[in-house]
Design a protein around this ligand. Structure first.
Ligand code: SF4
Length: 337
């Protein structure tokens, strides 16, 4: 790793200010845990992008599922989701008022639970599990998102010089999916160890210096050009693309997935319940800017003072593994601290 840090320092001398975005909560976790930002020269900035599924789930989707739970519909979802504050309350608050909400580590835990609606979130990595539920006739409220359209939006509208592509997502969609996207910035698909991320940064800087715009797959032991064909087929069979609302990024065309079978789509089955939902962003919370890499968590006035992992005021403080604010809280550092 030291060798690559030295190489990065050498390369950085011939570059101006460079902004590299990591688009995976797992990468953000490694970067903060091992203090990788502090190892880089001052002109090489790492910013976190929309890589945390809990964080990018829209406030309106949280509110809809809270409303559903309060109406007496039995819900199941991943553990972190119940702590995300909605406009009126979180799912945890709804649970305290008697709503029947089951939390799971894996969607497989509710594969036979036909009486519950599964609140499904996540990127391409967790979508195959939801696809399996749909094969088993489980009703789903899907907030699933796909990453390439979001990255295109960021690449086209923000000043980012390179992407560290999400490793887990890439195992499903494959490295060809990134190459075929033809973004206007270099990309490196990286693993999750600190030395892998440092090498990814070096490879990006080398491409930036040489004006090369291409995708390097630096995680070839698990990411194949075609991805995971079985998972992709399962998703294609059970789900279809839809426009999707992302916290911070707004409505992105064709960036979400919903069940193909409308009889299993909770958004359709319970559409009258959702008409009542009135959504408002949480006052003072700057998650939208954190998700776009425009500010660091400590630039939000609520950070550490009133917003903490035990009392989150925004979605980015919920997941200690993927939420930028929760990770910054845990490891005590962010770029400008
Ligand atoms: S510190 Fe809390 S309120 Fe502020 S942006 Fe992060 S999650 Fe939102």
């Amino acid at each position: 790793m030291l060798n690559y840090i030295q190489k990065i320092k050498e390369l950085a001398k011939s570059l101006g200010e460079i902004k590299i975005m990591e688009v995976c909560g797992g990468h953000t976790h490694t970067i903060m845990k091992y203090g990788l930002r502090e190892l880089l020269p001052p002109n090489i900035k790492l910013v976190s992008g929309p890589g945390c599924p809990v964080c990018v789930t829209s406030q309106h989707d949280i509110d809809c599922v809270v409303e559903l739970a309060l109406e007496g519909v039995k819900i199941s979802t991943y553990g972190d989701m119940i702590n995300v504050p909605g406009t009126k309350m979180s799912l945890k608050d709804a649970q305290a008022r008697g709503a029947d909400i089951k939390t799971v580590y894996s969607a497989d835990q509710v594969i036979n639970d036909k009486e519950r609606v599964f609140f499904a979130v996540g990127f391409e990595t967790t979508t195959p599990m939801t696809a399996r539920l749909l094969q088993n006739n489980i009703t789903v409220f899907s907030a699933h998102k796909v990453m390439p359209p979001a990255m295109r939006l960021i690449a086209d509208n923000m000043r980012i010089d390179g992407f560290i592509d999400p490793g887990h997502v890439s195992t499903i969609i494959g490295s060809d999916a990134w190459s075929n996207l033809n973004l206007n910035v270099p990309q490196v698909i990286s693993g999750f160890k600190p030395d892998a991320l440092i090498r990814a940064i070096y490879l990006l800087l080398r491409m930036i210096k040489n004006n090369e715009v291409r995708v390097i797959n630096d995680y070839p032991e698990v990411v194949f050009p075609e991805g995971n064909p079985i998972a992709k087929k399962l998703i294609r069979r059970t789900m279809k693309a839809c426009d999707s609302e992302w916290r911070g990024l707004g409505l992105i065309p064709k960036s979400g997935l919903v069940p193909k079978d409308e009889k299993l789509d909770a958004r359709i089955i319970y559409k009258d319940v959702f008409k009542k939902v009135k959504t408002r962003e949480n006052p003072g919370c700057r998650c939208g800017e954190v998700i776009k890499g425009l500010i660091e968590p400590n630039e939000c006035k609520l950070f550490r003072k009133v917003c903490t992992p035990s009392s989150p005021k925004g979605a980015c403080m919920v997941s200690e593994y993927e939420g930028a604010c929760a990770i910054a809280y845990k490891y005590g550092k962010s770029l400008s601290e």
